[in-house]
Design a protein around this ligand. Structure first.
Ligand code: SF4
Ligand code: SF4
Length: 304
């Protein structure tokens, strides 16, 4: 899936958990996976969606007039009403509403615009040894945009991290790797059938790409989102470690315990939250997993 116009859903400065030191993180919109625990549901679709928060509406009618699609109407009882089937996500209602009752889940951008944002935080990179992290969604879904940004950061000597699901054609992964200083690489679980159930894809390509990256000499840090009863068994972790043991270039492992921060976002987007019943492993269990990982000789952190 190639985007003609690059689309992102957030740029966050002063990020401390998306790679080494202080970083600016650029979130690409669109992801080929649909993990039950995803806390960035606004990053899932490659398209820009409009969210309408009815309780903010003050009934002025500005957006109804501005909408080119007649997708909006004021319901005397409930406030503003948007018919999603008519909406083309043009963003006019977002621009005109004085009450901020409409919002877009992302925006179209350019290499120059993103670089201008990245440059604002340069003093932090220079003093901390930080840099930029491209995340998502899945940054490899927009490979041309990603490559252009990586090349530009390279020219400006800014450290480049790519945070990826690893689910992309191997040739794309290796092309991107030539311009990447560090990968943060998600490894959810080794059991492919369970991986498919929890994320919507099996892990064959993800594992093959990880091997390809490591064999080609690219530094990779592994990230494991941990969900109680889903992928946090000691056997699950041992299987991951057995796979990693023979790979060169693994700089360490970050354990990312599940958190429900995304719940409110799903509500706003009007989609069911598939993680409703999920929980994080408890502290005691986290500690035993830490012990297993350090025992296998890997550097490990909780939270990245
Ligand atoms: S985004 Fe555009 S088409 Fe959709 S409701 Fe708003 S004004 Fe109408
Ligand atoms: S512009 Fe905003 S406040 Fe006015 S009717 Fe539309 S949603 Fe309500």
């Amino acid at each position: 899936m190639h985007h003609k116009i690059p689309t992102i859903f957030a740029i966050k400065g002063y990020a401390l958990h998306d790679g080494p030191q202080i970083r600016t993180t650029v979130f690409f919109k669109g992801c080929p996976l649909s993990c039950h625990w995803c806390h960035n549901p606004e990053g899932l679709s490659p398209n820009i969606e409009i969210i309408t928060l009815r309780d903010r509406c003050v009934g002025c009618g500005e957006c109804v007039v501005a909408c080119p699609q007649q997708a909006l109407a004021i319901d005397p009882a409930d406030g503003i009403d948007r018919t999603p089937a008519l909406c083309i996500a043009c963003g006019r209602c977002v621009e005109v509403c004085p009450a901020l009752a409409h919002a877009a889940t992302g925006w179209r951008t350019s290499v120059a615009a993103v670089m201008a944002e990245i440059e604002k935080d340069r003093p932090f990179y220079d003093t901390s040894g930080g840099g930029v992290t491209f995340s998502g969604g899945e940054p490899l879904l927009q490979p041309d945009f990603l490559l252009a940004l990586l090349q530009e950061c390279g020219r400006r000597r800014i450290h480049r991290t790519v945070d990826t699901t690893g689910f992309a054609p191997t040739a794309t992964v290796l092309t991107i790797a030539a311009e990447t200083d560090l990968f943060l690489y998600d490894l959810k679980m080794m059991d492919s059938a369970r991986h498919l159930r929890s994320t919507g894809v099996d892990n064959t390509l993800i594992l093959a790409n990880l091997v390809a990256l490591c064999r080609a000499g690219h530094p990779v840090r592994i990230r494991i989102p941990l969900v109680a009863g889903v992928n946090d068994g000691e056997d699950d972790i041992r299987a991951v470690l057995a796979f990693l043991r023979d790979l060169p270039g693994i700089t360490g492992i970050d354990l990312l315990p599940y958190h429900g921060i995304g719940r409110a976002k799903y509500r706003k987007l009007g989609i069911d939250y598939p993680g409703e019943t999920l929980t994080a492993p408890d502290r005691k269990h986290m500690n035993s997993l830490l012990g297993i990982i350090t025992g296998a000789g890997f550097q490990v952190t909780i939270g990245g």
